[in-house]
Design a protein around this ligand. Structure first.
Ligand code: 1GP
Length: 261
């Protein structure tokens, strides 16, 4: 019997992949928005074809996660998935949580330690954990993830190292691989690396960090990204057309000419 989990829902967008359309994951850090702006962004992203909402942040001082998720769900049918910056970012209101293991690092706390602390709570809240290999990729300046996790990123010009990490994670049973340049990164994950990793693994590949233009999003999809994550760019630019173009850029055929202006 197949269970309709959030992971299955994400994977259900795969039929689009043979035509090379990646999923679009809108990342929201509730600390960065006032609530009306946040809800408008979610509504617009839903209308423009986003796949799911990721919610979280590397610090996230707001303790209103439950409330935010309830409000997001009141304006959008999309799955809400926690993208935790720490073990306190859990909520029974979410559909799932990315159960991230920072496999690019060698800090045991981020490989297994925090997971042991969070697991009983996740079970108690009946939150679906989606086992995800999280690979931090060098992106110019030191990122918040790098600093907070006290781990080194994979050098950006070493795609074969990223591919070996991703394959090891798949062999360990992880369901998704996430190549992360870091929020607001100067340089996004290089296409050469995305291409090599996507050809090496058979689980879906998520790419995020520092994506600011539709062209850039489109290049990552062409290179092999199955899901694109964008957060920071929308914190700096509240523009409906821009949001629509960023989401449309996940399609290889890029129907941007159809975007109404
Ligand atoms: C960060 O990959 C995500 O964890 C998204 O990055 O905020 O730079 O879009 P941005």
């Amino acid at each position: 019997m197949s269970v309709q989990t959030t992971l299955n829902k994400l994977l259900a967008s795969f039929p689009a992949f043979p035509e090379k359309r990646a999923g679009f994951l809108l990342l929201i850090d509730p600390d960065k928005y006032d609530e009306p702006t946040l809800l408008k962004l979610v509504e617009d992203a839903t209308a423009f074809g986003a796949t799911a909402i990721l919610i979280g942040g590397s610090t996230m001082i707001s303790n209103r996660l439950d409330e935010y998720i309830r409000h997001i769900k009141s304006v959008s049918p999309l799955p809400v998935i926690i993208f935790p910056g720490s073990v306190v970012q859990v909520s029974r209101e979410a559909d799932a949580i990315l159960y991230l293991s920072l496999v690019s690092g060698r800090n045991p706390e981020y490989l297994i330690g925090h997971h042991v602390i969070a697991a009983p709570l996740i079970q108690q809240l009946e939150l679906e954990p989606i086992s995800t290999a999280y690979l931090l990729i060098e992106s110019g300046r030191k990122t918040a993830v790098e600093f907070m996790s006290n781990s080194s990123p994979i050098p950006r010009h070493k795609p074969e190292i990223a591919a070996a990490h991703a394959l090891a994670a798949e062999y360990l049973g992880m369901k998704l691989v996430y190549l992360e340049a870091g929020s607001g990164a100067d340089y996004s994950v290089p296409e050469e690396m995305i291409s090599m990793v996507s050809k090496t693994i058979s689980v879906p590949l998520i790419v995020g960090g520092g994506l600011r233009t539709p062209d850039e999003v489109n290049r990552k999809v062409i290179a092999g990204a199955n899901f694109i994550v964008v957060g920071n760019a929308f914190e700096h630019r509240h523009d409906k057309i821009y949001l629509q173009e960023m989401i449309a850029a996940t399609s290889l055929s890029r129907k941007i000419e159809q975007v109404s202006r």
